[in-house]
Design a protein. Sequence first.
Lengths: 169, 143
Amino acid sequence: MNQLEFSNTVISLQDKLFRIAKRLLVSNDEAQDASQEILSKLWEKRSDLDGLRSVEAYAITMTKNYCLDRLKLKEASNLRLVHSNYESASDHVQRTIEHQDQLDLIDAFLKTLPANQQLLFQLREVEGMEYDEIETILDMKSTAIRVSLSRIRKQLREQLFKMNSYGIS
Amino acid sequence: MELVKIEALLEKYFEAETSLKEEAILKSFFSSDQVPTHLEMYRPMFAYTVSESKLKDQTPYRIRSKKRLSPYMKIAASIAVVVSIGIFAREYQQKKQAEYAYQQTMAAMELIANQFDKAKQSIGYLEVYENSKNKIFKKIDNR
């Protein structure tokens, strides 16, 4: 893979990798570090990329593993993330103000999920990926994926329902 | 899109049985302004995924290819280093020598200066001698 091909196929994935990293690591800076790191690693391995079935799946899997390692490291050193600290308004300029509370509620709910389910949500709901791609990245069976996704969607619905009927978050 | 169809799609959606295409239909329906009040509560779910998918990495990645030095360049570079060390060492030695010579000269000058001082003191004695001599000779002349 030469420089031009690399730019076209791999660097165009940057935003996606960034979003996935941000889903898991929460902090903007850490997500940026992650995407830079992953792209550098891919650049070093560019000669191996031609043989892959899907460069995208490979890159996302690398990102996943990188983020899980980072999270483990953090847990080991007892540095717990305070999620709300990282939420910066500039990230979501496009959100309308009327929905802000509900979108924050969804954010907060998703952060309570285990990393694998957060990833599943990200890949299907946000990135709009097919189930077979998600299977390879998450190393899960398709039935397990559907069961898990269905549960997440229903839990989310419940959260929104609660908020609507009691006006609490 | 008829409302009945949307409701059926929603049902499928929560069982995770919708395809990507059907999910796209739901997303676009819930971002429109035709959402009836009894479905309004679902709107944030789809609005959230749409807004999240627009996040962008603010620092674009640039390929930093490490240029490797050719072997000839490496040899040239090491020669340059050795030569410059040699030049530096020689200059240092010369400077040291010059400093030594300067110190030697200074020491010699000081010695001379000391001798001079001593000589000056001796001249003082001479003066006393002269005076006494004059006195004696004056006395003799006055007689």
